[in-house]
Design a binder for this molecule. Structure first.
Ligand code: HEC
Ligand code: HEC
Ligand code: HEC
Ligand code: HEC
Ligand code: HEC
Length: 212
């Protein structure tokens, strides 16, 4: 009796099933890899800005300190972006004919702040505080990379919860002289364990530290 399907359809069906199974595994693998790449959380892209402000000229070449422009970084939660007046403090005198600085002059004379695009932006349900980190001795570069060599600022870290917790679990590993600076000797896993306390008691790992 002749089969319902010709004999050659058998390997064809097997091949097709294999392709579907294999294909979905590959597709899944590609997706799983993708979320771990810099492209997924914009780490790879420099953010375009209304003025071509270049950290390389200002920080690396001219040696201006980060705090000269990001004035609140060591005393408040936010670092702050400089106002146009600060730029004009120099640029009223130097490079005051530069085409690239036209939007800065316009902002100054029209009294309209420059609308810089944000590079880093945590979701609103996360609390972050710059001054706490600066005082604990965490370098800007630990979180922002080498901004002094960036023509346009780009994100270099994901700022996922895992990124924050990675350091909070054991700040000594990343922050030189951590406990000398903070005198919070009880805040790390190692010291907690030695004192017989539970690692879960680390205040830097409690949910309400960052989600308040
Ligand atoms: C002359 C002023 C000036 C100095 C000095 C300066 N910055 Fe900036 N910075 C700016 C301006 C203006 C912006 C906004 C435009 C931009 O994102 O490039 C900015 C943006 C940034 C951003 C991105 C902010 C965001 O939107 O998330 C980071 C991070 C940053 N600066 C870090 C630093 C660090 C670290 C230093 C020192 C190594 C530094 N800056 C020195 C003026 C300055
Ligand atoms: C302490 C002085 C100082 C301050 C403050 C300052 N700049 Fe500058 N800026 C310079 C110097 C010096 C240069 C030339 C750097 C070079 O070419 O090496 C420059 C160059 C520039 C240029 C490139 C100009 C061109 O034609 O190539 C831009 C754009 C610029 N600055 C924007 C800004 C903005 C925006 C701010 C404010 C957030 C700012 N600067 C604050 C000193 C300053
Ligand atoms: C422990 C990590 C960490 C360190 C250290 C750090 N930053 Fe940030 N920075 C962040 C995060 C996270 C944001 C985004 C905050 C948000 O979206 O609310 C940010 C945002 C910024 C911004 C944008 C404006 C703002 O305040 O949101 C600037 C400018 C900045 N940082 C500059 C600096 C400078 C300069 C230093 C060193 C003196 C520094 N940061 C050290 C994590 C860090
Ligand atoms: C490289 C290390 C490092 C990274 C990365 C880091 N932190 Fe921290 N953070 C610290 C240290 C160290 C302290 C404790 C300072 C102290 O003991 O005074 C701290 C303290 C804090 C505190 C204050 C906790 C309290 O109760 O006083 C908050 C909130 C916080 N971090 C949020 C964050 C968030 C959100 C991120 C990620 C975007 C982050 N941190 C990334 C090292 C880090
Ligand atoms: C050191 C800071 C920090 C601590 C401590 C922390 N978180 Fe988070 N959490 C974050 C950050 C940063 C994000 C935002 C991640 C992002 O933008 O993708 C986040 C995101 C989340 C989200 C949203 C999930 C998502 O995928 O967007 C949940 C839910 C959450 N946290 C729960 C917790 C719980 C529960 C705890 C305590 C066991 C905790 N967090 C402790 C920093 C922290």
């Amino acid at each position: 009796m002749a089969g319902l399907f010709p004999p050659w359809s058998d390997p064809l069906l097997r091949g097709a099933l294999l392709a579907i199974a294999g294909g979905s595994i590959i597709a899944l693998a590609v997706l799983m890899l993708y979320v771990r790449t810099p492209y997924n959380d914009q780490r790879a892209y420099a953010v375009e800005q209304p003025v071509q402000f270049d950290h390389r000229h200002h920080v690396r070449d001219d040696g201006i300190d980060c705090r000269y422009c990001h004035t609140t970084v060591d005393r408040s939660a936010t670092a702050g972006i400089p106002a146009t007046e600060l730029c004009m403090g120099c640029h009223a005198q130097i490079w005051n004919q530069s085409e690239k600085l036209a939007p800065v002059r316009a902002s100054f004379f029209e009294n309209a702040p420059i609308r810089w695009n944000r590079v880093h932006d945590l979701p609103d349900f996360v609390y972050f505080n710059h001054s706490v980190h600066v005082h604990a001795g965490v370098e800007c570069a630990q979180c922002h990379g080498d901004v002094a060599s960036m023509p346009l600022v780009a994100k270099v870290q994901s700022f996922s919860m895992g990124f924050c917790l990675d350091c909070h679990r054991n700040p000594e590993a990343r922050v030189p002289n951590y406990h000398l600076r903070t005198r919070r000797v009880t805040s790390t896993d190692d010291l907690l364990a030695r004192a017989g306390a539970r690692v879960e008691d680390n205040p830097l790992l409690t949910c309400s530290a960052c989600h308040r």
